[in-house]
Design a protein around this ligand. Structure first.
Ligand code: ADP
Ligand code: MG
Ligand code: MG
Ligand code: MG
Length: 399
């Protein structure tokens, strides 16, 4: 068995692969390997040397999506993921897994095993509290977004990064699933929750103003090469444990609007809040979630303005008041994307467990309508929301 030309590996083949390609394990070590992927696109293997207590992760990209051969996808996405993880690791130390190897033949990223962490979505659905979450995620976003933008980077170096991270196929997935399909049923794959079907047809498909705003946002997503965004920053792309936060899976990364990441974080916290609301979750948990939503906006703004002072290099960006004006545009985009993400996870193909696993029909209907009602406010009145308190109020007033 050699690894000089590409094939999709199974768990047994990954063991000789890591022995051949890395010196992470002793040559004599007895290794075990399991496929642990739960995402839609890729294969994730965990390789362990139980005796030495060492382990690593191999993520391999296929040339179709794992869920369906219908999605043809270039394996270039694992190059993007590996390189972006390395860059994010420099910009936001400690907040992403270490990358041990990127293999452009086998289309693998070999990285740190984070199995002592839990996927945030799973942890939220269990009602667990993570005191550092908002602090860590806002640091991650300010550092990876502001520091890759034109206000900080030398402009030719920034354009070189734009070129490195042209990501047409994965961008197309977002253009379709976030910015098009949830507003019509032309592709007949939205698979609406039957008890909310009429409501969505009337209030989403049937709202001309909403669809008009969505159209504007689609072309902003496609043309505003503002910063290197993660591009898929939902709660399935964040690993947490008590005192640690790690962002994974940046294969959708590209140069886009900063608000795309921040809005994804906030929308996914709002799914968790809606679930907690309809299921009468523990009060301490709901309070922490609300604080985390407000902090995600306010700590972002605070840290953004501090980092601006320290890092901005462009001469015109130093004009009096430009920092606050720029931040306001980012917050407006954030509100828009919060709404778009909430709509697409209910009225589009890719649903979230927070809502789909709600046990009773009545509770799920209510949770979905809370999210969609809030989402419409965010999309229609995006320029109005500048503080965490305002973001949270839109949600709570929809309940
Ligand atoms: P996909 O791109 O297919 O969504 P992800 O990178 O999200 O793949 O990984 C899928 C799953 O594999 C994660 O939800 C997690 O359970 C597991 N996983 C991914 N990366 C790691 C890691 N570094 N350490 C431990 N588990 C991981
Ligand atoms: Mg994923
Ligand atoms: Mg996943
Ligand atoms: Mg992914």
């Amino acid at each position: 068995i050699n690894f000089n030309s590409y094939f999709l590996m199974n768990a047994e083949e990954v063991i000789p692969y890591v022995k051949a390609k890395t010196d992470f394990f002793d040559n004599e070590a007895s290794l075990s390997c399991d496929e642990i992927g739960d995402g839609n696109l890729n294969y994730v293997f965990r390789v362990r040397d139980e005796q030495a207590g060492k382990s690593l992760i191999v993520k391999q990209a296929g040339d179709t999506a794992r869920i369906s051969d219908e999605f043809k996808l270039s394996t270039n996405r694992i190059r993007i993921e590996s390189n972006v993880l390395r860059l994010e690791g420099e910009l936001a130390p400690g907040l992403v897994p270490d990358v041990y190897l990127y293999d452009d033949v086998m289309n693998c990223c070999v990285m740190e095993d984070l199995s002592d962490h839990t996927i945030l979505r799973t942890a939220l659905n269990e009602g667990r509290i993570f005191p550092k979450l908002a602090d860590d995620l806002t640091t991650f976003m300010v550092n990876t977004l502001l520091l890759t933008s034109d206000v900080v980077m030398e402009h030719k170096a920034k354009k070189a990064l734009v070129q490195d991270y042209i990501n047409p196929e994965l961008c197309e997935i977002s253009e379709d699933l976030v910015y098009s399909e949830p507003f019509t049923d032309h592709n007949s794959r939205n698979d609406l929750f039957p008890s909310n079907k009429d409501w969505i047809e009337e209030n989403i498909y049937g709202d001309d103003q909403l669809r008009f705003e969505a159209a504007k946002l689609k072309f902003a997503f496609m043309t505003n090469a503002q910063a290197l965004v993660h591009g898929d920053l939902h709660s399935g792309s964040v690993f947490v444990k008590e005192d640690s936060t790690k962002v994974i899976d940046p294969e959708f990364a590209f140069y886009g609007p900063m608000g795309y990441d921040i809005g994804n974080v906030i929308a996914n916290l709002m799914f968790a809040w809606s679930r907690a609301y309809v299921t009468n979750a523990d009060e301490k948990y709901s309070e922490w979630l609300e604080q985390t939503i407000t902090d995600s906006v306010d700590l972002f703004s605070e840290k953004f303005l501090v980092s601006w002072k320290e890092n901005v290099t462009d001469i015109m960006a130093k004009e009096q008041g430009f920092d606050r004006w720029y931040l306001d545009t980012v917050l407006q985009d954030t509100a828009s994307v919060t709404g778009m993400e909430m709509i697409r996870r209910i009225a589009g193909l890719a649903k979230v467990k927070d809502l789909t696993s709600i046990a009773t029909e009545e509770q799920r209907v209510t949770a979905e309508r809370i999210c969609l009602t809030a989402a419409k406010q965010f999309v229609l009145n995006a320029a109005e929301y500048k503080t965490g308190k305002q973001f949270l109020e839109v949600l709570k007033n929809s309940a």
